[in-house]
Design a protein around this ligand. Structure first.
Ligand code: SF4
Ligand code: SF4
Length: 621
C-alpha cells in the first residue's frame, strides 16, 4: 500500500500544503500521541490528515466537548494531545475548557479552532480569540501554512512550559489555502504517565478555588512570554503617518496593500505584546488595527491609554474577511488621500445556482413530503438537511445550532398558543447530529411529555462535511469496522414507545407521507427513522437510471418539486386553466448519467412519464 506523501515526506522536504494539512503534519512531528475531533468546516481536514499517521491514536469523537475531554485525558496521562474543531465547536467544548484551564496540563495540549470568517459554511461568524481571554489561555494565530505548521509544533512546548492548553486560531483562509511548507521530523516524547493529584485533577469547588491564584500567576508569565515571543514582530516602514497592528491572514492583506507603513504582526496575539505595541505607538501618528472578526484588539488598545489615535472597525469592514481591496479605500480616506479603485472587469454573470442537495439524496423525499403535509411547524438542525429550508422545499421553520431541533420542537409545543393548538410539530435531525447533541433533547421531549414527531434521517455519514464516519456508520476514522448504533433501540432506550418508532424508506413517497401524517396526529413523542445511505458513501448502490418520455410529459412540473439536480427543465410555457387561472409549465428531462435510479420522482408523476432507461446498444456490423 502506498504511503501518503504527507506521511512519507522526509525532513527538509518542501510541500504544497493547506493550513489544515500543515497542522496535521506538525501534530505528528511534535510527538503527539492522541488526537480527536468532530468534523466541522473549515477544520475537518486536520483530523482527516492526522489519521494518516498510524503511530498516533486518532478518532472522530461524537462532539467537540468529548474530543477535548479525550485530549485532556491523554494530556493527564502525560502524552501530548491535540483536538481540532470549528468555531462553534468550541462553544460546545467550552465547558471542559473553562475548568481545564484551572487544572493545567500533563503532556502538551493544543486546541486548533477554525473560525469561519465570511460564513462559508456556518450559522454564525464568531471570534475564537475571545476564548483565550475568557479561559486565560494563549492564542497563536498563523498567517499561512508554514506558520500554521511552525506554530503547531511550538504550541505543544508552550503548553508544557506554561502548564496551560494552547489555542491555535485558524481561519477558513489559512485552513484551505495551500502554500509551501518545509517539513521536519517526528520527535518522540517520553510519556510521563498519570500522576494522581486530586487537588489538581479533581475540580471540586474547594480545589478549583485554590487553583485561581495559580492561574493568575500564570497570566503574568503568559504576558511576559507574549512580550518576548519571536512570533510577534514589528516590521519597520518609512511612512510613519500610520502603523498597523494585525494578525492571521489579515497580516498578508495589510502587507500587500500598505508595504510602506510599519506593521506589528502578532503571531502570539493573546495576551497582547504590550511592549511591541508601545514601540509602534511611539513612532506613528495613528494606528489602524486590522483584525477579523471583532474589534477585540482595538478595544484593548484603546484601554491601554496610548498617546496615539486608534482606528479599526470604525473604518474597516465590520464582518467578513479583510482584503487589500476593502482596506485601501478607507485607509486612503483616513490619510486624506484620494483613492481611485483600479478598473475591474465585472464578473461574468452566471446562472444563479443556490446550494442544493445531491442527486438522489435520501433527504429529498423527506423534504418533498414535509413541504406537502399541512398544518405542521418544522424545526430543523445543522447538516445537509438544513438545505431543506431552501427551494423548492421551503420545509424548515427554524434552525439554530447543533442538536437544537429537539429542544426547539419541544419549546414550540409547550409554548404554543390557542392559534397553534391543532398544529403538528416536527423536528428534523440527522444521525450524526443526533449523536452529537440531539439525544439529550429527545430525552427531554420524552421526559417532559412533549407532543413532537422527530424525523431521524440516518444516512450513515456526517454528510455535510464530506461523509465522515460516526458511531451510526459502523466504521471508525480509519474505515475499519466499528460497533454501529441501532437508532431504533437507542430512541426506545430514551423512552419513546416502540409503537411510536417507525422505520420508513425515504425513497417511497406514499409511505413517507402516510407515516408523517399519522405520527403528527399522535399525542405523544414519536420518531420516524429513515435509513437510506448518503449517495456519496461506499454503501450507496446506484440502480439503473430513469428517463422522461417526451410525449407523455405534460409540463406539470410536479417532479421538479423533489429538487433532484438530475431533473432538468427543457422548455417553459404557460397554460390558461378552465377557471381562467394561468399556470406555469415546465417540461423536463432526466440527465441519465447523473440519475441513480432511486425511483423517487416517478411517484410525483401522475402521467407515468418517468420510466426506466434502456440504453440503445448499437449492433456490430
Ligand atoms: S411530473 Fe411527469 S409530467 Fe410532470 S413535468 Fe415531471 S415528468 Fe413531466
Ligand atoms: S430517479 Fe429521479 S429523483 Fe432519483 S436520481 Fe433519478 S432523477 Fe433523481
Amino acid at each position: 500500500m502506498l504511503t501518503h506523501p504527507l506521511v512519507s515526506a522526509e525532513a527538509g522536504t518542501k510541500m504544497l500544503l493547506s493550513g489544515n494539512e500543515a497542522v496535521a503534519r506538525a501534530v505528528w512531528e511534535a510527538g503527539c500521541r492522541v488526537a480527536a475531533a468532530y468534523p466541522g468546516t473549515p477544520s475537518t481536514e486536520i483530523l482527516e490528515n492526522v489519521c494518516l499517521f498510524k503511530d498516533m491514536y486518532s478518532e472522530w469523537s461524537v462532539n467537540e466537548k468529548v474530543s477535548l475531554e479525550v485530549a485532556i485525558g491523554a494530556s493527564m496521562a502525560g502524552s501530548r494531545a491535540f483536538c481540532a474543531m470549528k468555531h462553534v465547536g468550541l462553544n460546545v467544548a467550552s465547558d471542559a475548557l473553562m475548568t481545564q484551564t484551572l487544572a493545567g496540563v500533563g503532556g502538551g495540549l493544543v486546541i486548533a479552532v477554525a473560525d469561519d470568517v465570511g460564513f462559508s459554511s456556518s450559522q454564525n461568524e464568531q471570534d475564537s480569540r475571545f476564548w483565550g481571554r475568557f479561559a486565560h489561555l494563549p492564542i497563536l494565530e498563523p498567517a499561512d501554512s508554514q506558520e500554521a505548521f511552525e506554530m503547531t509544533r511550538l504550541a505543544f512546548g508552550l503548553s508544557e512550559d506554561l502548564d496551560a492548553p494552547v489555542i491555535l486560531r485558524m481561519t477558513t483562509r489559512i485552513c484551505h489555502v495551500k502554500a509551501m511548507v518545509t517539513v521536519g521530523e517526528r520527535h518522540e516524547k517520553a510519556v510521563a504517565g498519570f500522576k494522581k493529584d486530586p487537588d489538581r485533577w479533581v475540580m471540586t469547588p474547594a480545589a478549583a478555588q485554590k487553583r485561581v491564584p495559580w492561574m493568575l500567576q500564570r497570566d503574568r508569565r503568559l504576558k511576559d512570554m507574549a512580550n518576548r515571543s519571536g512570533l510577534n514582530r514589528l516590521e519597520q516602514g518609512a511612512d510613519k503617518r500610520l502603523g498597523f497592528i494585525t494578525s492571521g491572514p489579515a497580516y498578508m492583506h495589510v502587507k500587500e496593500a500598505f508595504p510602506n507603513h510599519p506593521i506589528l504582526k502578532m503571531g502570539f496575539s493573546h495576551p497582547l505584546p504590550e511592549r511591541e505595541i508601545r514601540a509602534l505607538a511611539e513612532q506613528v501618528e495613528k494606528i489602524v488595527v486590522a483584525e477579523e472578526v471583532e474589534p477585540l484588539v482595538e478595544g484593548e488598545l484603546k484601554a491601554m491609554g496610548l498617546d496615539v489615535v486608534i482606528h479599526g472597525k470604525d473604518i474597516l469592514p465590520e464582518f467578513g474577511e479583510l482584503s487589500p481591496a476593502n482596506m485601501r479605500g478607507p485607509v486612503a480616506k483616513l490619510l486624506g488621500e484620494t483613492y481611485k479603485p483600479p478598473v475591474t472587469i465585472p464578473p461574468v454573470k452566471v446562472f444563479p445556482r443556490p446550494p442544493t442537495m445531491c442527486t438522489a439524496c435520501p433527504h429529498l423525499g423527506v423534504f418533498y413530503t414535509l413541504s406537502r403535509v399541512r398544518n405542521i411547524y418544522i424545526s430543523g438542525d445543522i447538516g445537509c438537511y438544513t438545505l431543506g429550508a431552501g427551494h423548492p422545499w421551503e420545509a424548515l421553520d427554524t434552525c439554530i445550532s447543533m442538536g437544537a431541533s429537539m429542544g426547539i420542537a419541544l419549546g414550540l409545543d409547550k409554548g404554543r398558543g390557542a392559534v397553534d393548538e391543532k398544529k403538528g410539530i416536527v423536528g428534523v435531525i440527522g444521525d450524526s447530529t443526533f449523536l452529537h447533541m440531539g439525544m439529550q433533547g429527545l430525552l427531554d421531549i420524552v421526559y417532559n411529555k412533549g407532543n413532537v414527531t422527530i424525523m431521524l434521517l440516518d444516512n450513515r455519514a456526517v454528510g455535510m462535511t464530506g461523509g465522515q464516519e460516526n458511531p451510526g456508520s459502523g466504521r471508525d476514522i480509519h474505515g475499519e469496522e466499528a460497533p454501529r448504533v441501532d437508532f431504533a433501540k437507542l430512541v426506545e432506550a430514551l423512552g419513546v414507545r416502540p409503537e411510536r418508532i417507525r422505520r420508513v424508506d425515504p425513497y417511497v413517497l406514499p409511505d413517507l407521507f402516510k407515516t408523517v401524517r399519522h405520527e403528527v396526529k399522535q399525542n405523544e413523542p414519536s420518531v420516524i427513522l429513515t435509513d437510506q445511505p448518503c449517495v456519496l458513501i461506499d454503501d450507496y448502490d446506484a440502480l439503473k437510471p430513469l428517463y422522461v418520455e417526451e410525449d407523455k410529459c405534460t409540463g406539470c412540473a410536479n417532479c421538479l418539486d423533489v429538487g433532484c439536480p438530475a431533473i432538468l427543465v427543457t422548455k417553459r410555457g404557460k397554460e390558461v386553466k378552465n377557471n381562467g387561472k394561468e399556470v406555469d409549465l415546465a417540461w423536463v428531462k432526466i440527465e441519465t448519467s447523473a440519475c441513480t435510479g432511486c425511483n423517487l420522482c416517478p411517484d410525483t408523476c401522475a402521467h407515468d412519464a418517468i420510466l426506466p432507461f434502456t440504453p440503445v446498444v448499437a449492433e456490430m456490423p
